[in-house]
Write a protein that binds this ligand. Structure first.
Ligand code: FPP
Length: 263
């Protein structure tokens, strides 16, 4: 609830720090292959990078971090790899949930979780409940997630509202659709990172990344440490975001916005 002191002192955001970072963690398989190890060894090693990026996000003041852990398309991978990824999520949830909680991190899983084994769904719900009140960092893990799936499920909800007579089709606009997507309460990603050298979006946060700054790194995910992540954040700090305005307009508007926040 908004209090009088919130109104007197609205939060001031440092425009050089992305409030929300979304990451496609790519390159685990190649990392393992380079070492003559099974692909799953790359996924296991990738958990260390998840820890490093979470810690660095807290240190740098990022508010929300969204990690693409398992796409709607990843079910097509060899069965053994899918099973090991499920096992890894189970183990990570068990071993990390307490630590995340101690560090003030709020964990949320986005995606169609109904397709996961019952036990995994239960563990996800427990970890979410444990960390629900934390405010230092929102950590969203996208699992069985796809950007198109997200848009379709949002449209389906709107269609049901129309069918029920609660909503007229003429009332459907960007805001109403965005409100039905996976994280309507959080800012859209400011910075979208993909590791592993490929330069594509692969059906991740499609709607919400309309204005995201894109950053592609050749570093394979298991090697993406705090320093590599720091480079991405530093690169973001040097960019000018225009949101359709001219550079001159932005230079006049942003200081005015910061002044109005502070003042
Ligand atoms: C993509 O690399 C990576 C994945 C599909 C899985 C990512 C999972 C983790 C990092 C494990 C733990 C995550 C959490 C949140 C506990 P790839 O296999 O496509 O690599 P490749 O392109 O080199 O084959």
């Amino acid at each position: 609830m908004e209090t009088a002191s919130d109104v007197a002192h609205p939060p001031v955001f440092d425009p050089r720090v992305p409030r929300h970072v979304a990451i496609i963690m790519d390159g685990n398989g190649r990392w393992a292959k380079q070492r003559g190890r099974p692909r799953t060894a790359g996924h296991r090693e990738g958990v260390k990078s998840v820890r490093a990026v979470v810690e660095e996000s807290v240190r740098r003041g990022v508010e929300t971090l969204t990690l693409f852990a398992f796409s709607s398309e990843n079910w097509r991978r060899p069965r053994t790899e899918v099973n090991i990824l499920m096992e890894l999520f189970m183990t990570a949830l068990r071993s990390e949930a307490r630590r995340l909680n101690e560090n003030g991190v709020c964990l949320r899983v986005i995606g169609e979780r109904g397709a996961f084994p019952e036990k995994l769904q239960q563990r996800i719900a427990e970890a979410e409940a444990l960390t629900a009140d934390n405010t230092r960092l929102n950590l969203q893990v996208a699992a069985n997630y796809g950007g198109r799936w997200d848009i379709v499920q949002a449209v389906r909800q709107l269609a049901l509202d129309v069918q029920a007579g609660w909503l007229d089709p003429s009332q459907i606009d960007e805001r109403r659709l965005a409100d039905r997507l996976s994280f309507p309460d959080l800012p859209e990603p400011d910075l979208f990172i993909r590791t592993g050298g490929e330069q594509r979006l692969s059906n991740f946060v499609l709607w919400q990344s309309a204005y995201s700054e894109l950053y592609f790194s050749d570093v394979l995910w298991p090697d993406f440490d705090a320093a590599a992540y720091g480079q991405a954040l530093d690169d973001y700090a040097r960019r000018q975001r225009r949101f359709g305005l001219t550079g001159d307009q932005v230079e006049q508007t942003v200081p005015a916005l910061v002044d109005s926040c502070v003042g």
